[in-house]
Structure formats: structure tokens, C-alpha cells
Design a protein around this ligand. Sequence first.
Ligand code: G6P
Ligand code: MN
Length: 439
Amino acid sequence: PFILSIAGGGSTYTPGIVKSLMVRLEDFPLAEIRLYDIDAARQDTIAPVVEKVIRDHSQSIKFIVTSDAETAFSGAHFVFAQMRVGQYKMREQDEKIPLRHGVVGQETCGPGGLAYGLRTILPMVELIDLVERYADKNAWIVNYSNPAAIVAEGVRRLRPDARVLNICDMPVAAMRNMGAILGVDRHKLEVDYFGLNHFGWFTQVRVDGEDRLPELREHVARFGLLTEDAAQTDPQHADPSWVKTWRNIKPMMDHFPQYLPNPYLQYYLMPNEIVAHQDPHYTRANEVMDGREKKLFAAAAEYKRSGILPDAFHVGVHGAFIVDVACSLAFNLRQRHLVIVENKGAIANLPYDAMVEVPAYITNHGPEPVRMGAVPLFHQTLLMQQLASEQLLVEATLEGSYEKALQAFTLNRTVPTMQHAKAILDEMIEANRDYWPAL
Ligand code: G6P
Ligand code: MN
């Protein structure tokens, strides 16, 4: 049985992920679960809920809650990394500052994602170093800390040999919806996909060898990438904001029907429309703080008072996917999953060393990417511009370069002019004083 540490134990996602682990104990046996967080108070609030989830399934798994890295990682076989540097308070800034300038306010796309990247790269590397110091020599870090594209590039630059697998649940969430639309379990879908994280396209969706993308296309033209009543998706993605996001795939499909876009492309391909429908005073961070976070904290308080845990967190595709990936790493299952990997020719006309999102076979020595071939000029160009923005942001972080940060912001498709880029960057420097390296 494995020792598993969850870094960012105080996340609202932790109970759902642990629940996903508990229903898979036969596939992924656990001796210990350790929660690690630098915000001890937050983690202590959530830990009793996590412990209850564990005890409902197992009396024997040892449960440790700590802010000490050595206690957290000593001898660990797996580390799930889900840090959120600056927490939701800073997500709120990432979203609101660009919006004040009429630019998309989003946690991972546009200036918000770049700002979040500047906060996260160095702490992520610190975490890797701590894990390498204390954990089992063959330990794997399954990392889904955002902004995943930039974090992956930062890790590649600074710790190229680290045993880190970078993942995101968006493609698999899309596959869950495709499965619901087609009436097929998502595990039966085999997809081809190319891009960067939160910036890619499905090119085929096969069921028993037959490409069902044409059928999906017809559905998306009517309802977006969602079942008609949205009911068959998981609770997180069925809330009104996510329903809007999934439905909004439709205009992209209408214009460019060739492939099926990752929903995040809407922030880059139709930013004006997105901004027109965003409230600069109440963004997604506020929705999450007032919704998911409050609900879980209230449930934790209720549980402490009465011993009864209200239904307060969701067990969705997110946790199931993480467990699938961990199983494949642990037991060399060579399952095919969409993950973020160094390109090495998988996308023939993108740089060899780009961190791309493609299907890969997950082995016990890491992901083996599947060749997706060369992509059309339109997609290649969009990808190159986004990649350059992300790479310049990483270089800005490592060199403390204001100029490169400004270039990263200017190159981002969500940002219309260099003046917008500069105004937003300067405000973000102020807001991120406690987090960013000096630029
Ligand atoms: C998806 C993405 C994550 C992102 C999350 C935000 O799961 O893959 O990268 O963090 O959505 O969801 P939220 O409900 O917090 O807006
Ligand atoms: Mn993601």
C-alpha cells in the first residue's frame, strides 16, 4: 500500500479527491494519506471532513495533517500537488484587474493566468525540492496546480528531471460530456487532441474505432458541449457559469467546424463577447468563495457541532481522473490519457521542447506521448503565439525581467494593445507585491 501526500490539503477539492481515492482502494491501495498545507488554519478546518470520508471506507488508513514538509513527504510514494498561491483573494485580483481595462478576467487565461503564473512557478519548484529531499526515490508528483501550462514550462526549465506529471481535468471533463451526449461511458472514448493546456482541439472522438466527432458536431451546433438539460454533467460543471461556458463552444464550432475546441479557447477567440458578459465587480472568484467555499466551511462547522456531515462537496471527474493517472503510473498500466508533456515531436510543427497537451500512454517511468502529426497553419499560429506568451512569462519570472513580462502580456491574444498590457501589468505588480519576484 502507498503513502500519499496531498500538497494544498486545505483546498475545497480535497474531500472530493479523497472520496475518489476511497472508492478505488482496491485498484490503488493506501497505507497513509497525509495533508500538507502552509495555511494550517484552513487545512485544519477541512481535515475533519476528509477524515470522515476516509473513516467511512477504512479504519486502517493512517491520516496525518501537517504543515511540516518532512512529516508530510517522508517516504511518500505519491504527491498530489494542488497549490493555489494567494488563494481565492488573489484569484479575485487576477480576474478584476484586467476587467477594469476591458480585458478578459480569468484565472488561467489572459493577464490573470500570467499573473497567477508569476506567483506559482517558484513555489512549485520549492515544493518539488522538498518532495525530492524527503520522499521515496521513485515518488511521482501528480501536479494539477494552475496555471498548468505555465507551471509545466517553469518546471521543465528549472527542474527538467523531476518526476512530475502535469495534468488538467478539462479535456477529460469534455470527454465526460461527450460520453453523456453519445450515451457512451467516457472510458470507452479514445480521442486525438493537440494543443497547449487550456488551448487545444479534439480532432477525433472514437468509439470502438469509429469517429463520432461528426455526430458530436451536430449536437454542439444546437446545445454546445452539454446534454440538452445539462443534467448529466457533474455538479461543479453544471453550475450556471459552467453551463454558459460549455454552451459557448457553439459559436466557435459554427465558425471553424473542423475540430472541437477546448472551452477555454473562447477567451482567446471571442474576448469581447466574454468581457461584455462579465461583471467587473463580481467574478468567478466571488462565485466560488460565496458558493463552493462557504458551503464546505459551513458543512465542516455543522459536522463539528452535530457529528453529521451535510452533503457539501462533489465527487466528479476531476478526482476520478487523478486516481486513474496515479494507477497507471503506479502499475505501469499504459493507459491513454490527455496530459501535459514535453512535445518531442508529438506535434510535428511545434517546437521540440514546448510543453504541449496531447494523448500519452502513462507508464511507470512517465508519459509516452502519441504523435499527432503536423497541425494546420491557423492552429499552429495561434499555438505559437500563446506558447511565446507563456514562455516569455516564465523567462520574466526567472530573470526578474519587466520587459519580458510586458512582452508576455502584449503577445497574449486577449490583450488588444501594448498600452492595455502595460496598464494591467503595472496594476498587477502592485497587487502582487507579496508574491511576485521583483520585476
Ligand atoms: C477546470 C479547469 C481548472 C480550473 C477549474 C476552475 O476544472 O481544468 O484548471 O481551475 O476548472 O473551476 P472553478 O469552478 O473554480 O471556476
Ligand atoms: Mn485545468
